[in-house]
Design a protein around this ligand. Structure first.
Ligand SMILES: C[S@@+](CC[C@H](N)C(=O)[O-])C[C@H]1O[C@@H](n2cnc3c(N)ncnc32)[C@H](O)[C@@H]1O
Length: 319
């Protein structure tokens, strides 16, 4: 059971993904190939859907290892591999192994943004693409919202799955949700924590208090624009850590993050939901807090690159 691994902070050295040549890519491929075989053993060789694709591409690479033009640029390598598998699949695979290689906790600026111009010896454009496709837009439901015990929650199916794993791993003593919606998200987390046998304080904050009452959740009414008025320092200072702070109100995002930052401790998690539209504020926050937070790429990319509503914004505070 993997409960303590996130407590062991990984190397915090700044690394760059933007310098990559064929030789490095070959090294990454070889390491990934080995790690994948080891992973399959832990599954007793029972494949999940993605293992079929990985196996297929790894086999193509293995058979052609000597012929792949590792000394040429990325386009030449991709073009060569295109004879064996569709380009999309090759690019998705390369993106996966490169991101895997750089590890779980990466600086926010290591996450190459879709509009970024990369100056590199090789064309790394494939690293910019999120794996989101038409299905993502339906992942909160094609018509009806997802529900927990008949209460609406505004989560994607991916985030439901990711969050329950992260909650078990982090075992937060406090969860603070900014933006309650109908209260479904907070109640779902409260029930999960209870089912894990853990005592967690859950506070959910909204301009409009949900109609529902729930023993293990404190619903607070207030305005994010004056967050310090409603969530007072003297209360926050006493809330036990680790914390999971979820920003999901979409108002005064920078101000809210900056306010809570003062109370966050090493090992706490910060999740900013629906964040494809909040990147500017997040970027500013990350710069202004001395890059204290690293993106948890494990969860951001669990179902493919950024297949989460928290686009590059599942953060762990590292210092
Ligand atoms: C997307 S919903 C939250 C969904 C919820 N977290 C869930 O998982 O089900 C956004 C919420 O933000 C709240 N909100 C909007 N402006 C706000 C403000 N200025 N202060 C506090 N909450 C606000 C809305 O009332 C709404 O309930």
């Amino acid at each position: 059971m993997e409960t303590t691994s996130i407590i062991e902070a990984q190397s915090y050295a700044k690394k760059t993904i933007r310098k990559l040549d064929g030789a490095k890519l070959k090294e990454i491929y070889e390491k990934f190939s080995l790690a994948w075989s080891e992973k399959m053993l832990t599954q007793r060789n029972v494949p999940i859907f993605s293992d079929h694709i990985i196996k297929n591409v790894l086999q193509r690479f293995a058979v052609n290892l000597e012929k792949i033009p590792w000394d040429k640029d990325m386009q030449a390598i991709i073009s060569f591999m295109e004879d064996f598998a569709p380009r999309e699949q090759i690019e998705a695979f390369l993106s996966q192994i490169v991101n895997w290689y750089y590890g779980r906790y990466v600086t926010y600026d290591m996450r190459i943004k879709p509009n970024e111009l990369i100056e590199s010896d090789v064309d790394l454009n494939f690293l910019k693409k999120p794996d989101r496709d038409g299905a993502f837009i339906l992942s909160q439901g094609s018509f009806e919202c997802l529900k927990w015990k008949d209460i609406i929650l505004f989560k994607t199916v991916h985030d439901l799955a990711i969050t329950q794993m992260l909650l078990w791993e982090l075992q937060p003593k406090t969860i603070i949700e900014i933006g309650s919606g109908t209260g479904g998200g907070a109640i779902w987390m409260a029930d999960l924590m209870a089912s894990y046998g853990l005592k967690t304080r859950i506070i959910s904050f909204d301009l409009v208090k949900p109609a529902i009452k729930y023993d293990s959740v404190t619903f607070l009414k207030g305005d994010c624009n004056e967050i310090e008025k409603y969530m007072k320092a003297k209360v926050l200072e006493k809330l036990p850590h680790p914390w999971m702070l979820i920003e999901d109100a979409h108002v005064n995002v920078y101000g809210v993050l900056k306010y809570f930052h003062e109370f966050m401790e090493k090992g706490d998690y910060l999740i900013v939901e629906d964040s494809d539209i909040k990147q500017e504020e997040i970027n500013q926050f990350i710069q202004d807090t001395d890059e204290s937070y690293l993106v948890d790429a494990k969860y951001c990319d669990f179902f493919g690159r950024n297949m989460t509503c928290s686009y590059d914004s599942i953060f762990r505070k590292m210092k």
